[in-house]
Write a protein that binds this ligand. Structure first.
Ligand code: ADP
Ligand code: ZN
Ligand code: MG
Length: 608
């Protein structure tokens, strides 16, 4: 072990010195001030930036990583001492102060977390996929000791300065009478309890190697950390790696790693995981100056798939999205464009969806059944081994801020059929079951595909008849496309030539724009571009909407009722069209493109 080569450090003294003397760039005593603030705010945690500690004393900082239990225990005592001198009354009311560490220099990928990290402090990043309800854990137990000779008396366990770990063991002997005989009875209502919760952290979808399942790890939260993040949140966790048996039976020699959290941060910025460098930005800007940029983007979507230009265009617009708005009275209007493709088998629906998920920032490809028990939205699930209930996020929550490509959406679970309405319009998922009540974010674009109910699309039936989805869900899609696979010699020959060419090429067919760059381009637009409607574009959309309403009133049997939803859809599509070229204004041209797509949708769904 490397420890014996280390010089002995007086952790207590060094940490005290760090708090007392560390000054930041603006020359202020950062941690003395943080402690003062902690007192005024009535908090009990001091947050330390790892880098500050490293600058102050790199040996102490390294020791914190190597032996966190010891260093954090000392650090907590130091904070208590400092608070004692500053505000003795306040210090008396707090049992334990915490030192929480943020921003370690290195993130350990979830896949790399091995037993060599046992007992060490690590930082992990991922999506919170599951939480259990809050429980209470004993940190200081009160026992009643009774013997025939001495009668009964109470004592606290473990002794001052020590805390209970994961297992509450019977004290070996009574600290009052010294006897190990008699009976020891735990008094839970007189013991000291803290909040306790288990969560599951999972690799972010973009980190999972293609074709593999995402890895996950359990994280234990205590005290103030409890409920500090919700399923679907992207978080970074600093914590100590621990083990416990992988099952209830104590005799098994197989163990699971888990993390005891020291600090948690919820990532505020959506899309920050796609890194855009200065050079990337220049390439993105150069691409946007090309007058053909939109055509090139559309042509870059699933280039191996022949035709389907309008669907590719719709997918492109969905990837860019419109501009979300919040009205004065606080109502959120989504910017996300939802697209549905209903079509005969073998018409490349799955291929298109998979491609869309690949180039979308925060893209997830899943099927209507969902990849996990949580399905498309969220679920309260009962663990078979422990009997414990937990809340797990489904695909739309995990892809919050991104795109969920849902194949075979007609096969979704009944629970999702209910919950997906709220997810697609209000962009939240509410759940209340088995004592778990939560509202999760699902600001997610849905690009979905479904198979016709009768095997093939029947032209003499309506759209709603052809797909096993209620009209209430259909009406939440901004655009719906119908793909009919009918023989057409001319088209068939072209498709055959295209597919044969793809197969002849030894390399895969090259898209116009490299997928990695396109993904960055989309991220950039979603992050920075907020186009505004010009008067001219508004007028065009307004006129078209009024005309649509008039026509649909003449044809009340029409498949889709024209409502203000289609008006909002037109605005979003026009905005997305402007975003595609990184423009800040929605022009006449953008409005025309939106109208053209809407017309295609209405005609193909049987409005004509
Ligand atoms: P679906 O999900 O609609 O049933 P798939 O995406 O599984 O269809 O496509 C079936 C196969 O047919 C795939 O290998 C796909 O590449 C091919 N295919 C279908 N339509 C086209 C097309 N227009 N261009 C190229 N390949 C196509
Ligand atoms: Zn005793
Ligand atoms: Mg398919």
């Amino acid at each position: 072990t490397g420890v014996e080569h280390e010089q002995v450090i007086d952790v207590h003294e060094r940490f005290y010195e760090f708090i007392r003397s560390f000054r930041d760039r603006s020359d202020s005593y950062k941690y003395r001030e943080r402690i003062k603030q902690m007192i005024t705010m009535g908090q009990k945690s001091l947050i330390v930036d790892y880098n500050d500690l490293y600058l102050f004393d790199n040996r102490l900082a390294r020791l914190l990583i190597e032996r966190p239990d010891e260093v954090l225990q000392q650090a907590s005592e130091v904070v208590k001492e400092v608070v004692m001198t500053e505000a003795p009354d306040y210090a008396e009311t707090i049992d334990r102060f915490y030192v929480r560490v943020r921003a370690l220099p290195r993130v350990v990928p979830l896949r790399r977390l091995k037993s060599e990290y046992l007992g060490k402090l690590v930082m992990l990043e991922g999506i919170l996929v599951r939480t259990t309800p809050v429980k209470e854990k004993i940190v200081k137990a009160r026992f009643m000791h009774c013997t025939r000779e001495q009668g009964c008396h109470r004592f606290d366990w473990p002794p001052e300065g020590e805390l209970i770990g994961d297992i509450l063991e019977r004290p070996p002997a009574c600290p009052i009478c010294g006897s190990s005989g008699g009976t020891f009875r735990l008094l839970p209502e007189e013991s000291k309890l803290i909040d306790w919760q288990r969560i599951v952290l999972q690799e972010r979808p973009e980190e999972v190697p293609p074709g593999q399942l995402p890895r996950s790890i359990e994280v234990v939260l205590q005290d103030e950390l409890v409920d500090s993040a919700r399923p679907g949140d992207r978080i970074s966790v600093v914590g100590i790696v621990r083990v416990r048996p992988d099952s209830v039976s104590k005799k098994r020699a197989v163990f699971d790693l888990y993390i005891e959290a020291n600090h948690i941060e919820v990532s505020q910025k959506i899309l920050e995981e796609v890194v855009i460098t200065r050079e990337d930005e220049e390439r993105i800007r150069a691409l946007a100056r090309d007058p053909w940029v939109r055509k090139r983007i559309i042509a870059s979507i699933a280039p191996a798939i022949y035709g389907h230009w309008e669907i590719k265009e719709a997918i492109a617009l969905a990837l860019f999205g419109g501009v979300p708005k919040i009205t004065e009275d606080g109502v959120r209007i989504r910017g996300d464009i939802h697209v549905l493709i209903v079509g005969d088998p073998g018409t490349a629906k799955s291929q298109l969806l998979q491609y869309a998920a690949r180039i979308a920032p925060r893209g997830i490809y899943t099927t209507g059944k969902g990849a996990t028990a949580a399905g498309l939205t969220a679920a309260v699930i009962r663990d078979k081994t422990t009997g414990e209930y937990y809340l797990e996020a489904g695909a739309l929550v995990l892809a919050d801020g991104g795109v969920a490509a849902i194949d075979e959406i007609d096969k979704m679970r009944d629970e999702d059929r209910v919950a997906i309405h709220e997810a697609m319009e209000q962009q939240t998922v509410s759940i209340a079951k088995a004592g778990i009540v939560a509202k999760l974010n699902a600001r997610t674009t849905v690009i979905a595909a479904g198979n016709p109910k009768f095997g093939r699309y029947l032209t003499n039936r309506t759209l709603a008849d052809n797909i096993n989805l209620p009209v209430t869900i259909l009406s939440r899609f901004d655009l719906i496309f119908i793909l009919k696979d009918r023989p057409n010699p001319e088209e068939d020959r072209k498709l055959a030539r295209h597919v044969l060419e793809v197969h002849r090429e030894t390399e895969r067919i090259k898209p116009e724009i490299d997928p990695a760059l396109l993904k960055k381009y989309i991220s950039y637009a979603r992050r920075y571009i907020r186009p505004r409607l010009t008067a001219e574009a508004s007028k065009l959309i307004e006129d078209f909407y009024v005309e649509m309403r008039r026509m649909s009133s003449e044809n009340p049997e029409g498949p889709i009722a024209i409502t203000a939803r289609q008006l909002e859809a037109l605005i979003r599509l026009a905005e997305a069209h402007a975003k595609m070229a990184l423009r800040n204004e929605v022009t006449r041209e953008d409005a025309e493109a939106a109208i053209r797509l809407m017309k295609t949708f209405l005609e193909s769904s049987g409005m004509d």
